[in-house]
Design a protein around this ligand. Structure first.
Ligand SMILES: Cc1cc2nc3c(=O)[nH]c(=O)nc-3n(C[C@H](O)[C@H](O)[C@H](O)COP(=O)(O)O)c2cc1C
Length: 193
């Protein structure tokens, strides 16, 4: 089993989502002895913005990294994404990664019946950190709702959220939000249906 772990917080050691995504991955490692974990820190090791030059594959090194990013995503059985809420959306570093894995013919296609996701069968855990409080259905949420939509478009339906929100309200809020998020980390192993 392969797990892909991504972080995108710019706050380094003070990051809520880095702490929680590591806890999620640790839970998986405890449950699966043979688990292979691949990690990319999109903050310290960012992917360039998608440009016309990227589409033309004008830069060989960039094109090679993009191909590796795609393959790493396709190979993963489980994907864990740490994502802060930045200006009502996701960090641009995470968007740059999504621009390399949402590729027609690879992870989705269109036919006469409309779009079809080609990247199904993965389990996705989104670790979400938010300064404010938005819950599940805020019209201001262009972070979790966007991620649910784009990965659903790619065919991924098994999506779980680990959320710490209200962390900017006070130290107590942050402590409580972290504890609640830790308690909500999904079980790696599920009962057979
Ligand atoms: C550049 C930036 C933009 C932010 N924008 C928002 C925002 O629009 N709404 C919000 O509730 N919190 C916002 N925050 C607060 C973060 O969502 C919060 O600090 C969260 O914990 C970030 O996750 P992290 O601790 O893993 O970095 C912002 C923080 C930064 C640094």
């Amino acid at each position: 089993m392969k797990l892909l772990h991504l972080d995108s917080s710019a706050l380094g050691a003070n990051s809520v989502t880095r702490e929680l995504s590591a806890a999620v991955v640790g839970r998986w490692q405890d449950a699966h002895a043979g688990l292979t974990v691949e990690y990319r820190d999109l903050d310290s090791n960012p992917i360039p913005h998608l440009t016309g030059r990227s589409l033309a594959q004008a830069d060989a090194a960039e094109a090679a990294d993009a191909a590796a990013v795609m393959q790493q995503f396709l190979d993963a059985d489980v994907v864990v994404i740490g994502t802060p809420f930045y200006n009502f959306g996701i960090p641009s570093t995470l968007k740059a990664w999504i621009d390399r894995i949402a590729v027609a013919g690879k992870t989705f296609k269109y036919d006469e019946n409309g779009p079809h996701g080609l990247a199904g069968g993965k389990r996705l855990i989104i670790v979400s950190g938010r300064g404010g409080i938005y819950g599940d259905a805020s019209p201001a949420d262009f972070q979790e709702t966007y991620l649910r939509h784009v990965f659903g478009f790619l065919g991924i339906t098994d999506i779980e959220i680990v959320r710490a929100e209200g962390v900017a309200y006070s130290e107590q809020h942050r402590t409580d939000a972290l504890a609640a998020a830790r308690a909500s980390i999904p079980q790696p192993l599920r009962e057979a249906a």
